[in-house]
Design a protein around this ligand. Structure first.
Ligand SMILES: Nc1ncnc2c1ncn2[C@@H]1O[C@H](COP(=O)(O)OP(=O)(O)OP(=O)(O)O)[C@@H](O)[C@H]1O
Length: 766
């Protein structure tokens, strides 16, 4: 039958109506043809809905908006009885012998658009209905059209919704050629006349899918499509649709897994207590392109020379990472995002994952697989293929042998390259392209980064500085840097954390008045420390209390958080002696450089201090590595502390711990002057004198820290972690405050009185 002929067929019924007849249900529960025993025709032609409500989730589409073209005088009792005395035109069914009978006989018409009843003029083109079947024994509907039967015990997969079903069927049918689509259309109409009403005049895919979903449950609509395709000998296409469904289910389950894993968060370095929903915690981050811009060098007292070229960078919103533009216009495959410890890299990753899993963003990515390096570490002793790694970390994906598909991209998010415990050698590691063949983890990681495994997949790696700069440049298509919070973001962070607006205002006003704290809050981890401190203060002393002006305790807590994070990443916990040894070396380096007003750590300096750069930069998180442009074509890698105040704090810690553990006052020249004073007071007096002598206030903030360390709360923490055999000693804060007040009164250094006042604040004196 030609398309022309098909198009000219008309669907006709006698206009015998009886309003008393109730509407009935077809086999699917949504079909709507009724035949009367008296051979009256009724055709319930479902009204075409203007559009599909794609948001209706897993709810089957409503089909109540039907109207009857013609109603039967009396209803049939069941679909079986309908088919038992059905009417059909046999020759039209030849190609589909298992089709159910209908009482509609289709007759070719001369013209393509006539619509007439049997009673109409013979001269008119027409379609007539004829009883052409004997009464047949009743055959269960399921046997006749098994694809219409839905197992009532089978729960619908929650991933199966209208949106998906429309897309899947449409996508599948779009793969049919024009002729096949026509055949498909005709077959539908012939097999389910009760649902498809008039024979097709022209092929409208949207209309067809629309009708399928109006009449049938989602599962049934899919079953019908698959069944018809198989009937057309298009098994591969039917399998394609089956695969779409399977992938959709896996995708849904993967989403649920990711939401369970990443939807809530432990803040800071906590792993106990109740995690909080990520959406409640997450604050927008300052991310820029172009790699590492160097440390934040804002300082309350010192003027610090630009430490890097600080070229103007573009600001990137979290949602822009691997957005459609990046993927389809810029064709970027791999992005590396670096940032210092606590800058918010993992939070950015977590936000990305949750946004994807919640279907808010990045839906062009079909499968998102977080492969955190710390989880890959647990797989180092065995051989895995990339697919096995995915199957192991996400068991719900095991039903799929591969993940690349034309519905969207596969993306891997590998957080924390610096945590990976095996060295990566991009030159000597063998090339590995087969994602189904097992090999060592470092081979997989190297080849994944190089783009040899699943080459169409996208890759996002995050890392502390240093490690990421060792990646082959040709494998890194864009470098971003998470730089923490801008001033506005700091404020929004604290507003989010302090739900009581009065408390939030108080905290923000306090931070604004305390420049060093405010600057340091560019580091989200520091914000978390500050929050914890102030929340404790409010809890202990009530909401009307004044917030403490000291800064040292916050820095001590930040250091301890960094060390704790470091410990959690090491295979074996380091002893207190090891930790103290490392801190003493780094502190000495900080102190020596501070005396010389230096901020950049040269290669020789590291060597001289007996320190490993990677240990200081990547593991401890206290230093940063970045590039400076020495000449137009030459960039040099250099290191510094993550912030100048961290250098000052570590220098003070070195002086304090040296005095506590050996009794030696490192600020020696002044010692002779105050030899008769108790040791700690002598150290304080030396430090005050030395700082006042330093021409550019190099030691101002250092002095604040050193004095702050003597306070009980601070000493307790320091002794506990670094001097386990020592108890706290008297702080001499009153005597020290007396010395400072005298200095202010004498006013020999008017430009330093501000800092001396800060020292009084640190000690808790007005
Ligand atoms: N966007 C953010 N919103 C709210 N808090 C944040 C944000 N980013 C970071 N934080 C806070 O800082 C802490 C450290 O952040 P995160 O773990 O993301 O840092 P990181 O850059 O991955 O550090 P590391 O290099 O140590 O892995 C978080 O636990 C959280 O308390």
């Amino acid at each position: 039958m030609s398309g022309q002929e098909e198009d000219s067929m008309e669907y006709v019924g006698d206009a015998l109506s009886d309003d008393s007849v109730p509407f009935g249900e077809g086999v699917s529960g949504q079909g709507s043809v009724y035949m009367s025993d008296e051979e009256e025709d009724i055709f319930y032609v479902p009204e075409r809905r203007p559009s599909l409500d794609l948001d209706s989730g897993t709810r089957p589409m409503e089909t109540t908006d039907r109207y009857d073209v013609e109603r039967a005088r009396s209803p049939v009792h069941s679909y079986n009885s309908v088919i038992s005395d059905g009417f059909y035109q046999c020759d039209e069914m030849d190609d589909d012998s298992d089709l159910p009978v209908t009482r509609v006989q289709l007759v070719r018409t001369e013209s393509s658009s006539s619509f007439s009843s049997m009673d109409s003029d013979e001269s008119e083109p027409k379609t007539k209905k004829t009883r052409c079947a004997e009464h047949k024994p009743e055959v269960p509907a399921a046997l006749l059209r098994p694809e219409l039967v839905k197992n009532p015990d089978e729960k619908r997969h929650p991933g199966l919704n209208v949106n998906f079903t429309v897309k899947a069927i449409t996508k599948t049918l779009k793969k049919l050629g024009q002729e096949d689509l026509r055949t498909f259309n005709t077959m539908l109409w012939k097999r389910y006349p009760e649902s498809f009403g008039a024979p097709p005049k022209s092929i409208d895919l949207v209309d067809l899918v629309d009708k399928l979903l109006e009449r049938y449950d989602l599962e049934v609509a899919l079953q019908i499509t698959m069944d018809r395709l198989k009937h057309m000998d298009l098994k591969r296409l039917a399998d394609y649709l089956t695969d779409l469904c399977k992938r959709n289910e896996v995708r849904y389950e993967l989403r649920q897994t990711l939401l369970g894993k990443y939807g809530s968060v432990y803040e800071g370095c906590l792993t106990e207590g109740e995690p909080k929903p990520l959406d409640r915690v997450f604050n927008e981050l300052f991310i820029s392109d172009g790699g590492n811009a160097g440390p934040n060098i804002q300082h309350e007292v010192r003027k610090i020379d630009k430490l890097s070229t600080h070229r103007k960078k573009n600001i990137i919103a979290c949602g822009q990472i691997f957005d459609l533009d990046t993927v389809e216009v810029k064709h970027l495959r791999s992005i590396v995002t670096n940032g210092i410890a606590g800058a918010g890299k993992s939070m950015a990753v977590q936000k990305f994952i949750v946004d994807w899993a919640e279907e808010r963003e990045h839906q062009h990515i079909y499968f998102l697989f977080p492969l955190p390096f710390k989880e890959l570490n647990a797989m180092l002793n065995q051989k895995f293929s990339l697919i096995q790694v995915i199957h192991t970390l996400y068991p719900e994906t095991k039903v799929l042998p591969t993940f690349e598909c034309d519905e969207g991209r596969v993306m891997f998010v590998c957080d924390g390259l610096d945590e990976y415990q095996k060295p990566l050698d991009f030159h000597r590691t063998e090339t590995w392209c087969d994602s189904t063949e097992a090999t060592d983890m470092h081979v997989l990681v190297t080849n994944l980064i190089k783009g040899n495994l699943l080459p169409s997949s996208l890759l996002w790696i995050t890392s502390r500085p240093l490690t990421s700069s060792r990646l082959p440049p040709e494998s890194v298509h864009q470098v971003l840097e998470v730089r923490g919070f801008t001033d506005e973001q700091k404020e929004s962070y604290f507003r989010r954390r302090f739900e009581d607006p009065a408390q939030a205002n108080k905290v923000i006003a306090h931070l604004t008045s305390c420049k060093t704290l405010h600057i340091m809050c560019h580091l989200p981890m520091f914000c978390w420390v500050v929050c914890g401190q102030f929340q404790r203060t409010f809890q202990e002393k009530g909401p009307d209390t004044a917030l403490p002006k000291g800064i040292t305790l916050m820095y001590t807590r930040l250091l301890l958080v960094h060390l704790r994070v470091r410990d959690s990443r090491c295979e074996s916990k380091r002893s207190a002696d090891d930790v103290r040894d490392f801190l003493m070396k780094l502190g000495k380096l900080a102190f020596t450089m501070l005396e010389k007003n230096e901020t950049v750590i040269g290669k020789a300096t590291w060597k001289g201090a007996g320190l490993d750069v990677a240990e200081a930069v990547t593991k401890s998180g206290l230093c940063i590595e970045f590039l400076i442009e020495q000449f137009v074509m030459y960039q040099e890698r250099i290191q510094s502390f993550i912030h100048p105040t961290i250098q000052e704090y570590l220098a003070a810690l070195y002086v304090f711990l040296t005095w506590r553990s050996t009794g030696k006052n490192l600020l020696e020249q002044a010692r002779k002057l105050f030899g008769k004073e108790p040791d700690l007071l002598a150290v304080h007096r030396c430090a005050i004198e030395t700082s006042l002598q330093s021409p550019e206030g190099n030691l101002d903030v250092f002095l604040r820290f050193l004095l702050g360390m003597s306070l009980n709360a601070n000493q307790e923490l320091l002794c506990k972690h670094f001097l386990p055999n020592k108890n706290t000693c008297p702080s001499f804060s009153e005597e020290t405050a007396g010395i400072i007040k005298k200095k202010i009164k004498e006013n020999h250094h008017p430009d330093r009185n501000g800092n001396l006042q800060c020292c009084l604040d640190e000690l808790g004196f007005e």
